[in-house]
Design a protein around this ligand. Structure first.
Ligand code: PHE
Length: 466
């Protein structure tokens, strides 16, 4: 269905928009990146500061982004330009959207690498199902260190890494090429609800069998001395990454929202769902980590190495493991689709080309960067593209893209968004879109105008200075 006059597609219903936006937010950021970051940044202090960032910074910025999109009814740079024009402000503000589109493209490139790992684990559990059968635990008779070794084993195989990465990207491209309602929406509406049900079951199981108390203490004990500038920047970056903020994704999805959708309410639903899944992921993974005596700071390996060990001890372990990684695959897909959609919408609207061609161009670019990211785990492990910057010293290509986008692009994009929505754009136009009134509206305005930009600037500077 096309919106009158805008010539572009819209979501078919309000719930389709919510599911698509939640689908964008919930993904590898929650299941894989959140536990990894929490563990690497010392647990409790990071987690509580993260929650604080979601409420006081993420949520106001999220609403700002979707409302820019819905007002503009176009790709992100164009939506910002339209709001600027309607507010008699400089159209140069569209740089905010362009930066976001570029960042989304960068994230897409390494996101599909991790998507490839998920695909690999689906394969591992399928073959395990054949070997160990339906009822017993997964990996019968195999040593836990053996199971942990699956991921490094994959990392060592450059060709396989590249193949899986490109495969995941190709699936993403397939859905984006089909368009908003028949491609993107379909993935979200059918796959997200399934994901939630299965995920809840696994967390409950983990709670009863693992070291749940230790995990809760680890994740929620606030130790002020651990809250350094770097930890704060990591937390804010993770909040933005998880909510899909600062990179034009939510502006792009907001542009497909109907006029009668309440954006304030929708933003709240997205933030609650996303943060809920991140907490569940922490509570599913850390009890197992502690019970198995693994290191909490294992980083990116956490989801891929500790959960499979837990599946070993579960009845129907291979089946549950398989179901789990299929679900993560779907969650990742609904996110990668939004990452590809932001630059693709820009390219096909700007250059007036078919969606299909734009998808191929953007996807092709992401494939090139993706190969470099895949190889940074093996053949190119010693290549540190930004090694001269202390924050990125000894950081390989993959981690550099991840760090630059979450720790620079996202906070800077969010600061600009706040200044634009809070100070530059016409207040009446903004109030037409935000769906808030009374105290909530006042609070949101104050956060966007003062608290968010100031806090982000301080965190950014402290984080960069280490
Ligand atoms: N929020 C997604 C996740 O948590 C990743 C993402 C970031 C998607 C930015 C779109 C834009 O997995």
């Amino acid at each position: 269905m096309a919106a009158a006059g805008s010539g572009h597609e819209n979501w078919s219903s309000r719930s389709a928009f919510i599911l698509a936006a939640v689908g964008s937010a919930v993904g590898l950021g929650n299941m894989w990146r959140f536990p990894a970051e929490a563990g690497e940044n010392g647990g409790g202090a990071f987690v509580l500061f993260y929650i604080f960032c979601v409420i006081l910074i993420g949520l106001p910025v999220l609403l700002s982004e979707v409302l820019i999109g819905r007002h503009g009814q176009a790709n992100a740079p164009e939506s910002v330009r339209r709001l600027a024009r309607d507010s008699n402000a400089s159209e140069g503000w569209s740089i905010l959207g362009s930066m976001g589109v570029f960042a989304a493209f960068l994230i897409l490139s390494f996101y599909c690498v991790v998507g490839g790992w998920v695909a690999y684990y689906i394969g591992v559990f399928v073959s395990d199902l054949f070997q160990t059968g339906l009822t017993g635990g997964a990996f019968e008779g195999r040593d836990p260190t053996d199971i942990e070794g699956l991921l490094p084993g994959l990392f060592g195989n450059g060709g396989l890494m590249v193949g899986l990465n490109l495969g995941f990207l190709a699936v993403t491209m397939f859905f984006v090429a089909r368009g908003v309602s028949s491609g993107i929406e379909w993935v979200a509406v059918y796959l997200m609800p399934l994901f939630f049900v299965l995920f809840l079951c696994i967390t409950i199981y983990g709670a009863f069998t693992g070291n749940f108390g230790d995990a809760v203490a680890y994740l929620f004990t606030f130790d002020f001395s651990k809250l350094t500038g770097e930890v704060m920047l990591a937390a804010v970056g993770q909040a933005f990454f998880s909510l899909s903020l600062g990179v034009a994704g939510m502006m792009t999805y907001g542009a497909y929202a109907n006029r009668d959708t309440n954006l304030g309410e929708t933003s709240g639903i997205i933030a609650v769902a996303d943060t809920g899944v991140a907490m569940l992921a922490g509570l599913a993974i850390f009890p197992i980590v502690f019970a198995a005596g693994l290191s909490a700071s294992a980083g990116p390996g956490l989801m891929f190495q500790s959960l499979p060990i837990a599946f070993q001890a579960m009845p129907f372990g291979s089946l549950i493991g398989l179901a789990f990684f299929i679900m993560v695959f779907f969650a990742a897909l609904t996110s990668s689709v939004s990452l590809l959609e932001a630059p693709t919408a820009y390219v096909f609207e700007k250059f007036k080309m078919p969606r299909m061609v734009a998808t191929l161009i953007v996807g092709g670019g992401a494939a090139v960067l993706g190969v470099l990211s895949s190889l940074s785990f093996n053949d190119m492990a010693e290549f540190y593209p930004l090694g001269f910057i202390p924050l990125f010293a000894e950081t390989n290509f993959f981690d550099t893209l991840d760090g630059v986008t979450a720790k620079l692009f996202m906070p800077i994009g969010a600061i600009l968004t706040c200044i634009f929505v809070g100070w530059i754009a016409d207040t009446k136009l903004i109030d037409d879109e935000n769906g808030l009134d009374g105290l909530l509206h006042k609070t949101w305005r104050a956060l966007v105008r003062f608290v968010c930009p100031a806090a982000l600037l301080v965190i950014l500077i402290m984080g960069l200075l280490g």
